[in-house]
Ligand binder design. Structure first.
Ligand SMILES: C[S@@+](CC[C@H](N)C(=O)[O-])C[C@H]1O[C@@H](n2cnc3c(N)ncnc32)[C@H](O)[C@@H]1O
Length: 354
């Protein structure tokens, strides 16, 4: 999966022009809206971190810098504008090159390793975790096997192998609701991201936006054959081995794992909610009335704006995505969208602690 997505020549994310037609994200549904709302969220994060100067904002998996550009533009007139040090982290060299051209005032780097340690940072990601490669684990009676990619009759095929210690630990913690024969995905690299975050800042807020849910939803009877799909030209296919490098391979995110990894890095989960609710708390409802006041507004323009708002908040569209805000040593009750303490999700969310 790593090669199919990230091989420098043949990987999906390295084949620059193919990307645009295969997926869209909240960042691309409107030229400014998502970034403007996230800039409002960064107002709160800056305050929660004690108004740090510089204000380091690290965007993980920033792609071609589209969100970075929106946020840097929306920063104009904000008190943290002149203190902003925006760093985009992007694995694909092609996307990084485009990002540098789009947003010359930001810095772009291939990995978190390149970022120095400092007192504070705000971390941000949209659809990073769903793009991290996964391993497939299948329940086999009281045991688990790993499904690995092999060859059968000259074509790629999944073959069962004994699960290793790491896979067994994941499956036991998060997969106890999965029926016999059921499949779950175990995402690689999550612990590494949080270890880097912990190294980079002593006090931090991390906002992760992605599709998925808690382990009880993601690794339960509803998705008993797992959630891994191949997307090509906006069409989903379960044949994830077909024509490697030509499609986006992605699986739902187990937010319980992110919450647990954050807890190990010393952070509390301040919010786990839907994107729809989060953007509503940040004032997306003010957008259409503001658009209506434009003197030169055409019906076609208004329809486009309304459609973008709908896509971002609707529970049948991107609004169903989850937003996780984790914080270490920050004043989290200053963050819009964060519920009262009673609604705060608990870090330990796996069913089986064994
Ligand atoms: C689904 S795309 C999302 C791009 C962008 N954030 C957006 O919302 O449009 C995921 C991005 O994460 C990048 N990525 C995946 N793993 C990464 C890693 N370990 N470090 C940095 N970037 C990574 C991919 O190259 C890809 O550009």
């Amino acid at each position: 999966m790593t090669s199919a997505l990230y091989d420098e020549r043949h990987g999906f994310y390295s084949r620059a022009p193919s990307r645009a037609g295969d997926y869209f994200t909240s960042v691309t549904v409107h030229p400014t809206l998502f970034g403007t709302l996230l800039a409002r969220h960064l107002d709160d994060v800056w305050t929660a971190l004690g108004e740090p100067r510089p204000f380091r904002v690290v965007e993980l998996g920033c792609g071609d810098g589209t969100l970075a550009g929106q946020i840097v533009s929306a920063a104009r007139g904000r008190p943290w504008r002149e203190h902003l040090a925006y760093v985009g982290v992007e694995r694909s060299a092609q996307a990084r090159a485009r990002a540098r051209t789009q947003v010359p005032t930001a810095t772009f780097t291939a990995s978190l390793d390149a970022i120095d340690a400092g007192p504070t940072a705000a971390f941000l990601s949209n659809e990073l975790f769903d793009a991290l490669p996964v391993r497939l684990l299948q329940r086999d009676g009281g045991d688990w096997v790993e499904l690995r990619v092999g060859m059968s009759d000259d074509s790629l095929a999944l073959e069962p192998f004994r699960a290793d210690v790491e896979a067994m630990a994941y499956a036991r913690r998060y997969g106890s609701d999965v029926p016999d024969g059921g499949i779950i995905e175990m995402r690689e690299g999550v612990a590494g991201v949080y270890a880097d975050v912990r190294r980079i800042a002593r006090r931090w807020v991390m906002t992760s936006i992605d599709y998925g849910g808690l382990a009880t939803e993601m690794h339960g009877p509803r998705f008993n054959q797992g959630t891994l799909l191949a997307y090509r030209q906006h069409r989903a296919s379960e044949d994830v081995l077909a024509d490697p490098g030509s499609s986006d391979l992605t699986a739902h995110v187990n937010f319980s794992e992110l919450i647990d990894a954050g807890a190990r890095a010393g952070a509390t989960a301040a919010l786990l909610g839907t994107q729809g609710d989060f953007l509503t708390a940040l004032g997306i409802g003010e957008h259409l009335p503001a658009v209506q006041r434009r003197p030169d507004l055409s019906v076609a323009d208004y329809t486009r704006e309304r459609e973008a708002v709908f896509q971002l908040v609707s529970p049948t569209d991107l609004g169903r995505f989850r937003v996780l805000v984790q914080a270490r040593d920050a004043v989290i009750d200053r963050l819009r969208g964060v519920p009262a303490a009673a609604a705060t999700p608990q870090p330990a969310t796996g069913k089986d602690d064994g």
